[in-house]
Design a protein around this ligand. Structure first.
Ligand SMILES: Nc1ncnc2c1ncn2[C@@H]1O[C@H](COP(=O)(O)OP(=O)(O)OP(=O)(O)O)[C@@H](O)[C@H]1O
Ligand SMILES: [Mg+2]
Length: 213
């Protein structure tokens, strides 16, 4: 018998450390005998990967509304074919980005009105809401400097103006909620991992006790 599923999301601006954090978090879950379903947005399905290529290729501009709906198409497919079935089976899902990214980038960043973004975003998420969203707070200049230092080829959204990235960051900073926690993205990776794990372990101490596996 499986217990209830658990949906955990990592959010934050470019270069804030989401992907870096996702791997050791998944490892810690495995050390507790929990095998998480690890996903990233956009992507994770055939349609989602095609949308990802169209969205992130710096050589090809995409208009703001097309960008919104490509992200949402990728999300709708990922939710219906991967995330919702996994949660229904009692699995833990650990996602790199989810609905908050659309609010931050397409609504706050691009300026698409909330009355367009919010209902479409909810529909694409299939009514799913994360049990926990960890937001990594980091000034955009620091994230950009990290990407440059790492030699990352900036994708179409990375390469957007600092003004857009500041609006994105401001949106993330303002997000509050019972199921939202802000973490200091300036922490070194091991301390960030500790802080993130403390939040996850608190969420479900029974499931995330070490040595369960
Ligand atoms: N806590 C940290 N402290 C310092 N550098 C970090 C930290 N976490 C990640 N980095 C470095 O910063 C860069 C960006 O990290 P990462 O790719 O994990 O960010 P991201 O949030 O996934 O970015 P993106 O939104 O572009 O996918 C990488 O070079 C990574 O090694
Ligand atoms: Mg990443």
């Amino acid at each position: 018998m499986s217990g209830p599923g658990l949906f955990i999301v990592l959010e934050g601006p470019e270069g804030s450390g989401k992907s870096t954090l996702q791997t050791p978090l998944a490892d810690r879950m495995r050390a507790c005998g929990v095998d998480p379903v690890v996903v990233r947005e956009p992507g994770g399905t055939r349609a989602g990967e095609i949308a990802r290529d169209a969205l992130l290729d710096p050589a090809h501009p995409v208009s703001p509304l097309a960008e919104l709906f490509l992200f949402l198409a990728a999300r709708a497919e990922l939710v219906s074919t991967v995330i919702a079935p996994a949660l229904a089976a009692g699995r833990v899902v650990l996602s790199d980005r989810f609905v908050l990214s659309t609010d931050a980038y397409q609504m706050a960043g691009r300026g698409i009105p909330p009355e367009v973004v919010k209902p479409a975003n909810r529909a694409a998420a299939g009514g799913l809401e994360p049990d926990l969203t960890l937001i990594l707070d980091l000034p955009p200049e620091v994230g950009r400097a990290r990407q440059v230092a790492a030699g990352k080829r900036l994708d179409r959204l990375d390469a957007e103006s600092m003004e857009l990235h500041r609006r994105v960051m401001a949106h993330y900073l303002a997000v509050q909620g019972d199921r939202v926690r802000h973490l200091d993205g300036c922490l070194p990776p091991d301390r960030l991992l500790q802080a993130a794990w403390a939040e996850i372990a608190t969420l479900d101490p029974g499931r995330f006790a070490p040595g369960q596996g």
